[in-house]
Design a protein around this ligand. Sequence first.
Ligand code: GLU
Length: 429
Amino acid sequence: MTALDQMAPEIPPLLGDSGMYREAVNQFDRVAAYMGLDPNISQRLRLPQRSLVTTFPFRRDDGRVETVFGYRVKHVLTLGPTKGGIRYAPSVNLGEVAALAMNMTWKCALVGLPYGGAKGGVRVAPETLSRGETQRLTRRYTSEIFTFIGPQRDIPAPDLGTDAQVMAWIMDTYSHHVGHGAPGVVTGKPVELGGTAVRQESTGLGLAFLLPMALEMVDLPLENTRVAVQGYGQVGRSAARAVTRLGARVVAVSDLSGGIHCPDGIDIQALEQWTDRNVWVKGFPGADPIRGDQLFEVDCEVLIPAAIQEVIHAGNAHDITASVVLEGANAPTTMEADRILRDRDILVVPDILANAGGVTVSYFEWLQGLQYYIWTDDETRQRLQQIMTTAFREIKKVAGEENVDLRTAALIKGVARVTNAKLLRGLFP
Ligand code: GLU
């Protein structure tokens, strides 16, 4: 190996080599076959419409220049501009981003948002970046994808490893390029820049709005229901807070440092104060330590995977004690694990429905950005509740009519909406 090879970034897999993309396509194929979808449409929807792969350099604080891979993928442009988060993670690759963009299409379609799905990412470990490095990397990445994004083209938002500050830098860089302030180019911005305070908690709130409806389907009461939350990032934290407020009891939480367990219920306010000071849940004095993987076996009624993809797999799906899995993360359950959970009569509220609260509040923020008009937080919460609960009821109805699980029903609804829109627009030229 030459010195040059050692410095160069590893070449990441492309579309067909990605297991996650193949899973997303297999899942789509299964539903397309079930729906008897026109093959002219299904072959189109299996593939992303536009993909941008870039490599770009940024300067580390010590003066070194590092080159990284960046991506932005738009799955379909049929319904309007595209929408979806940007993640910073060391394993990001084109297939992962394309799979997640496809996921965003179905998610937006089933809650009725006027968007196609998109996703972006930079292949970098965010915890190794200083604030200055994150800013330089973000601004350069924004410049690279500048012609691809815009309030009417494609609107990024936070995802794994990115936050409101990253969105502020994207907005600032984009605004400098176009020569005027452009709040509509990203969502999940700080409140001072036209973000909405509810966006931070929106995914957790959305999950909590669905919790009573999911419990009703399995004949369980809400009061004192035991919940285990895997992942204590933005989604996990907001979910733990929201379900506690509803009267449920969070009995276990995990993050990269490990897990904590307290059968009587964790004091979520105290845990928030602890993680504000210490970052990780490890060492929290109000609960017993457990290993991160033990979280899936904890006695509970509801499991909320709220971190990354493929954490529920054939190796642990048999150990889950919960009656309901509420998918806060994107694609947390492999197809094989999904089959196991179905056979075990565990109700899975799928990601594209369960975590749609995030992109729904993003949509509200985008509208406010385009109109320079601000809604109150109460108004935002009420409209979110209405959209989430309506979507749940509609999907439950499809599940009942078709005698399928909620994931299949949600996909049927999302795919049908995009298909109808495609047929109405027709083929160009
Ligand atoms: N990253 C979030 C998701 O996967 C939000 C996307 C958005 O708000 O555009 O749903």
